[in-house]
Design a protein around this ligand. Structure first.
Ligand code: GLP
Length: 248
């Protein structure tokens, strides 16, 4: 696992955006593998990354015509067009601002009739396109990746998860600070789904992530800090700002 420190969260965003754009641009499409497959997160940390990629796209420096995306997670039980659904987030901050074919974007459906089948189909869809080339992720204040809350199996795959109380409290800010409005469950890719990606890049910014960052990279690999699994990934990069290094 490599760690790169930048001064501010904007610089972290720029660095990761340019890194991803470089990967997309150096991808050589073939008949067997026509698409670059990108895994994507939501949350406030990746926003500067999306902002910079959109800018590079505006400048004609990258196209998403041959990119397929899979998002990490989605809430269960709020409508797809709810202002805080991850579906809304992705189209607002990214997909509607770039030249990606909406058919090439994949998000778990938290309103699917059969949630178990939805998760199985998601894993199958990832497999069908040859796996994920680069998974971008953030981490929760408790060191979770996607919605793999403390205690999740490190070999988990896409499934339904009950959110930890700390995550519900953290996400309350997006629901007018109304705790009762925060969904209690989500669909999420598993730790193993992330680990299967050829490359993983994590964006970690802010003082509130400092403890999680130190546990994730200085602590042992363990299921109470699920992002720590990345210590064993052959190609993982963590990019953080100065604030996030306070406990290292
Ligand atoms: C949620 C998401 C995670 C994200 C985390 C941190 O739990 N499921 O994917 O990493 O929030 O979000 P933020 O970047 O807003 O701190």
């Amino acid at each position: 696992m490599r760690l790169t420190v930048r001064d501010t969260k904007e610089e972290v965003g720029n660095y990761i955006a340019e890194y991803i754009v470089k990967r997309i641009n150096s991808f050589k499409a073939s008949k067997e593998k026509p698409h670059f497959v990108l895994g994507l997160p939501t949350g406030s940390s990746p926003l500067p990354v999306y902002k910079r990629i959109v800018k590079l796209h505006e400048e004609g420096k990258v196209s998403f015509k041959n990119v397929i995306t899979f998002n990490m997670d989605e809430y269960v039980g709020i409508p797809r067009d709810h202002p805080e659904s991850y579906h809304t987030f992705m189209f607002k901050h990214f997909f509607s601002l770039i030249d990606i074919d909406p058919k090439n974007t994949h998000l778990l459906d938290g309103n699917a009739e059969d949630l178990y089948k939805e998760c199985e189909d998601y894993e199958a869809a990832i497999k069908a396109v040859g796996g994920i080339d680069l998974f971008l992720g953030g981490i929760g204040a408790d060191g979770h990746i996607a919605f793999n809350e403390p205690g999740s199996s490190l070999t988990s795959r896409t499934r339904i998860k009950t959110l930890a109380y700390e995550t519900i409290l953290d996400n309350c800010r997006f629901f007018n600070n109304d705790l009762s409005a925060v969904p209690r469950m989500a669909l999420t890719v598993g730790v193993q789904t992330v680990m299967d990606a050829r490359e993983v890049v994590l964006v970690v910014t802010g003082q509130n992530k400092a403890l999680a960052l130190s546990q994730m990279i200085e602590g042992g690999v363990n299921h109470m800090v699920t992002a720590s699994a990345l210590q064993t990934h052959p190609w993982a990069l963590v990019v953080c700002d100065e604030d996030a290094t306070n406990e290292l």
